[in-house]
Design a protein around this ligand. Structure first.
Ligand code: CU
Length: 230
């Protein structure tokens, strides 16, 4: 190896070391990316579909991606689908994805570890659900690029059993929101009481809370509160 090659090699090593240090600092520090995956086709962002006790949910329940990014849904436990709120899909009479965006429907996945993958090109807010568990509140939201389209206003309004999904702005800011999502709208609000109840009784009873909330009409309140945040 002559001197010129040696210097080039040394410079390359330093640059690699610097890059590696920076990546580690980001992973360990505040504001690190909560998403699993990187959004490419080889390493898509992961959303799990789960049955735990009497709860049925997507986790994360809200996720942000860039146009061109790929999401892979993984059937972690139970039987589930990932299905866009579009009129070509079962159980949906409304469109809650942006104009021009492609609908999707995995159909019901029954094997543990089964996956469904979709790449998102059109910017906006997308709402989707699980066919078997939609009426039990198994719904979720994703934002591509920036909020927009019919789903950008408030939470999902048309199903008695709809769960709480994060508003678009929160998804953009946080990148991913774990299930269960509890809106932070102040200590005196009903969602605030839900936080207290969750703390007292534990997350295992969250489904009972959901039923209570449906009966008490909390979803209407939640809609009103969240509309202003978009
Ligand atoms: Cu499901």
């Amino acid at each position: 190896m002559n001197r010129r090659e040696f210097l080039a090699g040394a410079a390359g090593t330093s640059a690699l070391a610097l890059t590696s240090t920076t990546a580690t600092a980001q992973e360990d520090g505040e504001g690190s990316d909560p998403r699993q995956g990187s959004g490419t086709k080889d390493d898509p962002y992961i959303v799990e579909m789960r049955t735990e006790s009497s709860e049925y949910y997507f986790d994360p329940v809200g996720i942000y991606v860039e146009p061109g990014d790929t999401i892979q849904w993984v059937n972690a436990s139970g039987d589930h689908s990932t299905t866009s709120y579009t009129t070509d899909n079962p159980q949906s009479s409304v469109r809650r994805i942006p104009d021009g965006a492609d609908s999707w429907n995995s159909g019901t996945l029954q094997e543990d570890g089964a996956t469904f993958t979709h790449t998102f090109e059109t910017p906006g807010t997308y709402d989707y659900y699980c066919i078997p568990h939609k009426t039990l509140g198994m719904v979720a939201r994703l934002v591509v690029g920036e909020p927009g389209g019919p789903a950008a206003e408030g939470s999902i309004p048309n199903d008695v059993g709809s769960g709480i999904v994060p508003d678009s702005k929160t998804i953009v800011e946080q990148k991913a929101l774990s299930y269960p999502y509890i809106p932070n709208t102040g200590a005196s609000s009903l969602p605030g009481l839900a936080v207290g109840a969750l703390t007292l009784f534990g997350l295992g009873n969250a489904y009972m809370l959901s039923e209570y909330d449906v009966l008490s009409g909390r979803y209407k309140n939640s809609d009103d509160t969240q509309t202003g945040l978009e």
